[in-house]
Design a protein around this ligand. Structure first.
Ligand code: RAM
Length: 383
């Protein structure tokens, strides 16, 4: 984890890079395109997001960073409507795919969507970024929250300033956003993961959870519901022995998986309800030659997991389409910003190719159902 000061400079430098890229209103996504399957060797580090590299050099150059902040404050003022899609962190193919969908929606709606986020999945860094965007008076914010409660005051500040706030993927608690775009019913996301784990464990034995950050609202909700699910009689012989956190960081997730193998030599399944954690865990199983002994399941992207489905390290996992999630988030934000809806329960709107949606009584819009991927269907998907 970076220290606070480093994180601040990291954020400033990230904004600097984005400001430089963002002067043209139709700015393309600022992160690298979706990568294919992750490397199989632990020693091969995945490509760092563009913002991280800049962040590291920025620690030695506070003056340049300060100048960059000034430049960033004028970034979205190029005319037209500019929304910002804010992921938990940059450099995560799941969020990059969401951004692709967001850019598709932006094109259809004739608006600009910038893609800006913290280098690490850290709420303090995300709040700093959001404060900058509020000061820039962007037209709307679509956020995947690093912390549901800590972001409430910032969300309220945006709404009070007339900036619509929707969350997607990971919610800010009610009051700090107008609408949350939920990828799938949380209880279904929990149930499918326990079903897969039970199948892989042969109905009995030790299982562990390897999550994202300990503050992630979406993962925490799913974990609580998985624990409920495990109380069902059909899962009586499964024992959840531990929950560890890889912080949606590949290296940390990989070493947390190794830690689990060591601590529980008879561990049967790791459930990773995070696309970063599941890919890192499957790679760790493969590298440790534990295929067939420890199985990995959870939530992953087909492109990152293909190799592990085929090797048997992670025979099946689930997810929704993150591209559709980003697309729906932008349509929802635009419906509020353009005055078509107020963003209140009962409001109805149309989201392009995805069709009609209604905001439910809790201020939530539901995308759909999760899909289970295994060797029979994985080659049909490319994200
Ligand atoms: C990671 C993030 C994201 C989550 C997916 C499943 O990419 O934690 O918030 O929804 O995993």
């Amino acid at each position: 984890m970076l220290t606070k000061a480093v994180r601040l400079f990291s954020l400033i430098a990230t904004i600097a890079v984005l400001a430089a890229c963002g002067s043209a209103p139709a700015a393309a996504p600022t992160s690298a395109p979706t990568k294919p399957a992750a490397p199989t060797s632990a020693s091969t580090k995945p490509t760092e997001p563009a913002g991280t590299e800049a962040a590291e050099s920025a620690t030695a150059a506070p003056t340049a960073a300060a100048a960059a902040t000034t430049a960033a404050t004028t970034a979205p003022a190029a005319g037209g409507t500019t929304y910002v899609l804010v992921p938990k962190n940059l450099g995560n193919p799941y969020f990059d795919t969401a951004n692709k969908g967001a850019q598709e929606a932006a094109k259809e709606l004739g608006v600009t969507v910038l893609y800006q986020g913290p280098a690490t999945a850290d709420a303090t860094a995300q709040i700093q970024l959001l404060s900058t965007l509020i000061a820039q008076k962007v037209a709307g914010l679509a956020i995947s929250a690093d912390d549901g409660d800590a972001l409430v005051p910032t969300g309220k500040e945006a709404i009070a300033a007339g900036i619509p706030v929707v969350t997607w993927d990971s919610a800010i608690a009610a009051g700090g956003r107008q609408v949350h775009i939920n990828q799938a019913v949380a209880a279904d996301i929990a149930a499918v993961q326990i079903q897969m784990a039970s199948k892989l464990a042969g109905g009995e034995g030790k299982i562990a959870i390897l999550s994202a950050t300990s503050t992630a609202p979406n993962q925490n909700e799913w974990i609580a519901l998985m624990k409920e699910e495990l109380k069902k009689p059909e899962y009586a012989k499964l024992t959840l022995v531990d929950t560890v956190y890889g912080d949606d960081d590949d290296t940390k997730s990989y070493s947390e998986a190794q830690g689990l193998f060591k601590k529980y030599p008879d561990l049967k399944v790791i459930i990773a309800p995070t696309t970063v954690g599941i890919a890192a865990s499957a790679r760790a199983v493969q590298d440790a030659k534990l295929i067939g002994k420890v199985f990995v399941t959870g939530l992953g992207t087909p492109n990152q997991m293909r190799e592990y489905v085929k090797s048997g390290a992670a025979p099946e996992f689930a997810l929704w389409n993150p591209g559709d999630l980003g697309y729906l988030a932008v349509y929802t934000l635009d419906a509020i910003h353009s005055g078509k809806i107020k963003g209140l329960p009962g409001d109805k709107f149309t989201a392009g190719k995805l069709g009609d949606y209604t905001i439910d009584k809790d201020g939530v819009v539901l995308l759909g159902k999760p899909t289970v991927f295994d060797k029979t269907n994985i080659d049909k998907f490319d994200f």
